[in-house]
Each structure stands twice: as C-alpha cells, then as structure tokens.
Design a protein around this ligand. Structure first.
Ligand SMILES: [Zn+2]
Length: 382
C-alpha cells in the first residue's frame, strides 16, 4: 500500500518518494511510489496534477490500495524522485470540497435530507439533494455557510474505531466497510470522506450559491467557493458593467433598463408590422394581374418575406418569387396558388447554389447568388 502523505498533511505540496514500479500503460507510464502527496481521484474530488522526477503527472488513481501516477515519461524503478503538486489546482479543489461539506451539512440538518450527488466541474461545483428548496432557503443557507466560514472554525479529521463509529451521527452516501475517515466541521457537519480539505473554515473564503434547479426527486445546486467564487463574481460583474455602459444605466439598475428596452422593441415591432402590411398591400396592388412576378428586396425577416409573397401571389394571378437580402446571400419565398413549384425548387437550388423546399404551391429557402444571376434564372424559368 502506498503511504498517503496527503492524509498526514493536506498542505504538503512537494515531497520525495522511491519508485517501486513503472510500467507503460494506456495513455502514459504508470508509476507507483512507496509514498505520495498526489491525491487520486475520489469522493467527488478530481485527481492532482503536477510533476514527478522531471516528468508530468497527468492523472492519479487508486488501485487496490496503491496510488497509480499516470506520467508522460518513464521513471527508473528504485530511484528516489521528488514530486511537485500543481498547488493552485489542489488548493482550488480543497476550497470547493470544504465549502461543499459546510453547505451540505447546513442543508441536510435544516431540511432533513441527503446529499445525493457532488461534482467539482471545470467552472462550478454541483451538489444534489433529495429535498425541495425555495429561493429564500438558498439565501439563508448561503448566509449561514458564510457566517460559519468567517468564524474560522478548525477542521477535525479522525479514523474512529468501529464502536466509536457506531455511536456517531455522520453523513455518508453509501454503507461503508473497513476503516472510515470522518471529516468534521464542528457544529455544522460530520461526514465520511476520503478527500483533502483546508485547515480551517476561513480558508474557504466565501461560498456563493449560484443556482438551485429541480433535479430528479430534489434539487441541484450550483456553487462556487474561494477563488472560484471571486472569479464568478468578476465574470458576472464584468457583464453587468458592459450592460450598464451600453444602456447608460446605473450598475444596480440594469434589469429595469433592459425591461424598458424590451418594451420599446415590442412597440417598434408592432409599428413595423403595421407599416409593412400597408407597404405589402401597395406592392400587391402594383402587380395586380401581372402574371409571374419576381421581387428582389433588401434584408427582411422570414415572417415579412412570407407575408409579402402571400400578399402579391393573391393579386398577380401567377407565380410570385420574392428574394430578400444582399448579393451573395438571399432568402426566398415563392408562391403559386394551385401551381406545382417542386421542379422549380430543384432547378433553382441547383442553379443558384441554394437550399430549401416546401409544399407544391409554396417553397422557401436561401440561395448564395448575385441579383443578376437570380434575374437570369427567372427570365429563363417558365
Ligand atoms: Zn467529502
């Protein structure tokens, strides 16, 4: 069994160990040492990365009591090597993991539920509970978790005897056998855990509960602790600053400004639709009885394009083709009441580098063609 130095000192960032074996495996060399500070993936906490005797450690996992380091180069069996943990990565995981325990302890006690899932993702941490939580619940949990963090309680980690364990109330995701490691945040949480943690709650810094959504028979909470919480605040504050500058609104009043803008947009859309309707009716009148019609217009919405085509085809007494856009990229709608446009669609898509189709009497799509090419095609299309 590899001696697990990370259990003796979770803040050990460098160490020396002896290479017991090194074998080429899938994706790298699998190195086993007599002792290691590299934490293997487990209990929701990802594996450490870093360097070992001059080669990179890409992944670490536990296999039958031994810690296997997946390295990008070989190490000589029997050699003493020094290991260096990617400390920024590890400390981030410890902040997330300890933050998660504090939040879970508070939720499980207050809402009589279980933590049924925990994942440290690339940006955020997710925790799942078999309970319903309201927005107010979440704010209260966040307030209490941060108060506990700022009180800076020291952590306590123990390997109780089976008898001691029997008498202990602790959280656990599964029935445990053999030695059980109990991680306690005094007054807040007591949980069976194999992960690494900060020394005192103050080192978590801050927890931010970002969202709480219905998930399976309970909820999924997205959270960020420590440096990640700061990163998240910076990202969101940066976005809000941009919105505030774009809308000339105070940073604390951007939502009201967006709402006002939406109202204006809605009113403008209504006005545009009204004007378009009049304009399309006028165009339809101009082409009354004209037979086949081809209209090439500036850009307009797909809905407007359909409306214009519909208005003209009713009056022209033939086939109406409308193209909207600019040279190189046009949207089209073609209508012919009682006609069959399937052959035309095929020929047009082939000739004008287009795509689209529809019903016999109405087709729509797009072409990558110039106005002149469209005019030539329709001059020849009969
Ligand atoms: Zn844990």
């Amino acid at each position: 069994m590899t001696e697990k130095l990370y259990y003796r000192d979770s803040f050990l960032g460098s160490f020396t160990g002896t290479v017991l074996s090194c074998e080429q495996g899938k994706g790298g060399w699998e190195v086993i040492l007599d002792r290691t500070a590299f934490y293997p993936e487990g209990g929701g906490q990802p594996a450490d990365h870093g360097a070992l005797g001059g080669v990179a450690v890409l992944d670490v996992h536990e296999k039958g009591g031994e810690i296997v380091h997946l390295c990008d180069g070989p190490l000589e069996a029997g050699a003493e090597v020094s290991g260096e943990i990617d400390w920024a990565r590890r400390f981030d995981f410890m902040q997330q993991h300890s933050g998660e325990h504090i939040v879970s302890g508070i939720i499980c006690a207050a809402h009589h539920c279980d933590n049924v899932g925990f994942h440290i993702g690339h940006d955020l941490v997710t925790i799942d509970f078999n309970a319903e939580l309201t927005t107010e619940d979440v704010r209260e949990i966040e307030r209490r978790a941060n108060a506990y963090i700022w009180e800076d309680h020291p952590i306590s980690i123990a390997w109780p005897s089976p008898a001691e364990l029997e008498a202990l109330e602790y959280r656990s995701k599964k029935a445990l056998t053999g030695e059980v490691r109990i991680v306690t945040w005094p007054g807040t949480d007591c949980c069976a855990c194999c992960g690494t943690h900060v020394r005192s709650s103050g080192q978590v810094g801050l927890v931010k509960l970002i969202s709480c959504q219905k998930f399976r028979e309970g909820v999924r909470i997205e959270m960020a602790a420590g440096g990640r919480a700061l990163q998240w605040c910076n990202t969101v504050a940066g976005q809000n600053t941009q919105v505030s500058q774009l809308l000339s609104a105070k940073p604390g009043a951007t939502a009201a400004a967006v709402e006002r803008l939406q109202g204006e947009l809605y009113a403008l859309r209504g006005r545009v639709a009204e004007l378009e309707e009049k304009d399309f009716a006028r165009t339809a009148e101009e082409h009354a009885g004209a037979g086949d019609v081809l209209l090439i217009q500036g850009p307009m919405s797909a809905e407007s394009l359909r409306k214009l085509c519909g208005a003209v085809q009713e009056r022209c007494g033939g086939r109406c083709a409308v193209f909207a856009g600019a040279d190189g990229a046009y949207q089209y709608a073609v209508g012919h009441p009682g006609g069959d446009l399937r052959g035309l669609a095929k020929a047009m898509n082939a000739a004008l580098n287009g795509r689209g189709g529809g019903k016999p009497a109405f087709i729509q799509g797009s072409v990558k063609a110039q106005e002149a090419e469209i005019r030539i095609f329709f001059a020849e299309a009969r």
